[in-house]
Design a protein around this ligand. Structure first.
Ligand code: NDP
Ligand code: HSE
Length: 434
């Protein structure tokens, strides 16, 4: 059978990795796909660098449109990133009737609904395994392996950069900035690393996972997002003392009245498997009503792990190239006309347990006043401890039982205005998960 011709848009960390995987494992991949998969064109900025890697037999261009409009190219792989040029190239590839593979979660989180609709109308595939959790086949697992289940919730460490930073800060006491530079040099971080640090990248991925899990349109704009930039080393230490690790968690849960969709630093019990996912590793815990909890773990970023997912999509598309578009696995797991309009809940309606830390004047009555505010708002204290901060001040740490976020917002507003409170209240969410 004739080979499948692939055009690569971008030959950076992931594009270079994809070239390497397709070259190194060419024979194995061809045996799995049923025909060989060859790169026949690449689009880059630096043509000399690209030429040195791919040689003279491959078309090298600076204009991505040369690739997406090339009559001999069957599948376009978008690995440029961003949501402007990448969007135009993907939409043109679809218009040209080409199948698309992309690792671009930012683009799909912002424009996925439009892209999938265009692809559906044209009968082509847009595959995006590499867009979530790097090398872990989590999309395939949810879309196909767990298809018998009504998924109740999923929680994941889905940003390698922040998990790497939190791990290094906790285990080696290294400062935030130093570890971030290291993550950048290892190729984990996004072009704009604030996407990683502020939780945006995790929220991009979580919005895709929520759609796959619950059959809802992609709704990144409704996600609650908090990153790790304001996390203090002392909270990491207090959490340890309480038996928890802090992770940047993406959590989405189906409730009767809607879907929770949130990314924030979270205290997770130390004996929970997710709490022990370290470095740039990712893990996603999915709870289905039939199968129960299943856990997916692996490298969430980097050249070869991510390329492994890109090539898996290439093999899938190659295998499905001849099948009837109406009977392919749907982009968002559910048939496009069967998506649900169940709302994504406001953060105030979310329920969680809370870690609260504040600095107060160390005198009689302070604890009683704090406890009264929490109690008036129906927030029950699970445990607390106090330690001296200075001769006249103390740090107080509360762990609450489950409470409504809206009630906690009100409590914090009242607590913050008390005359004896000497710091902003740090609020972190606690999830026991299983
Ligand atoms: P890189 O910055 O390493 O690579 C980007 C590539 O795109 C480069 O080859 C660059 O060319 C090329 N490029 C940029 N602008 C243009 C342009 N105008 N025309 C043609 N080519 C262009 O990015 P990554 O490989 O890290 O990321 C690519 C995508 O994969 C992003 O969407 C990212 O979010 C996603 N991703 C990344 C992961 C990772 O671990 N890095 C993991 C999972 C997903 P040149 O080489 O000449 O500069
Ligand atoms: N910047 C991302 C991360 C790359 O750190 O997880 C993988 O999507």
């Amino acid at each position: 059978m004739s080979p499948i011709n692939v055009g690569l848009l971008g030959l950076g960390v992931v594009g270079g990795g994809t070239w390497q995987v397709l070259t190194r494992n060419a024979e194995e991949i061809a045996r799995r796909a049923g025909r060989s998969i060859q790169v026949t064109g690449v689009a880059v900025r630096d043509m000399e660098k690209a030429r040195a890697l791919v040689g003279d037999q491959v078309l090298v261009t600076q204009d991505g449109m040369d690739i997406v409009r090339h009559p001999d190219i069957d599948i376009v792989v978008e690995l440029i990133g961003g949501d402007t040029l990448a969007f135009d190239l993907i939409m043109e590839a679809i218009a040209q009737g080409k199948h698309v593979v992309t690792a671009n979660k930012a683009l799909l989180a912002e424009h996925g609904n439009e892209i999938f609709a265009a692809a559906h109308a044209k009968g082509v595939m847009v595959a995006f395994e590499a867009a979530v959790a790097g090398g872990i086949p989590i999309i395939k697992a949810i879309r196909e392996g767990l298809t018998a289940n009504r998924i109740q919730w999923l929680a994941g460490i889905i940003n390698g950069t922040t998990n790497f930073i939190l791990s290094e800060m906790r285990s080696r006491g290294l400062p935030f900035d130093q570890v971030l530079t290291q993550a950048q040099s290892l190729g984990y971080a996004e072009a704009d690393p604030t996407f990683d640090i502020e939780g945006v990248d995790a929220a991009h991925k979580l919005s895709l996972l929520a759609s796959l899990a619950f059959g809802i349109p992609v709704q990144f704009d409704k996600a609650h997002i908090e990153g790790i930039s304001s996390l203090h080393q002392e909270d990491i230490a207090h959490a340890e003392r309480l038996g928890y690790r802090i992770k940047l968690l993406g959590l989405t849960r189906r409730r009767q009245d809607g879907i929770e969709l949130r990314v924030h630093p979270t205290l997770i019990p130390m004996d929970c498997l997710l709490a022990n996912v370290e470095g740039a590793m990712n893990a996603v815990l999915v709870n289905g009503d039939m199968v129960g909890p299943t856990l997916y773990y692996g490298q969430g970023a980097g050249a070869l792990p991510t390329a492994s997912a890109v090539v898996a999509d290439l093999v899938d598309v190659t295998r499905l190239l001849t099948s009837d578009p109406e009977h392919r696995v749907p982009h968002l797991a559910f048939q496009p006309d069967a998506l649900s309009d169940i709302p994504v809940l406001a953060m105030a309606d979310v329920e969680s347990s809370y870690y609260l830390r504040l600095r107060v004047e160390d005198r009689p009555g302070v604890l009683a006043d704090l406890a009264r505010i929490l109690s008036d708002l129906g927030i029950s204290i699970g445990s607390m401890f106090q330690e001296p901060y200075s001769d006249t001040e103390a740090s107080i740490i509360f762990l609450s039982h489950k409470a409504r976020e809206g009630a906690v917002d009100q409590a914090l507003e009242r607590i913050q205005s008390l005359p004896f409170v000497r710091s902003a209240v740090t609020r972190l969410r606690v999830e026991d998960l299983l």
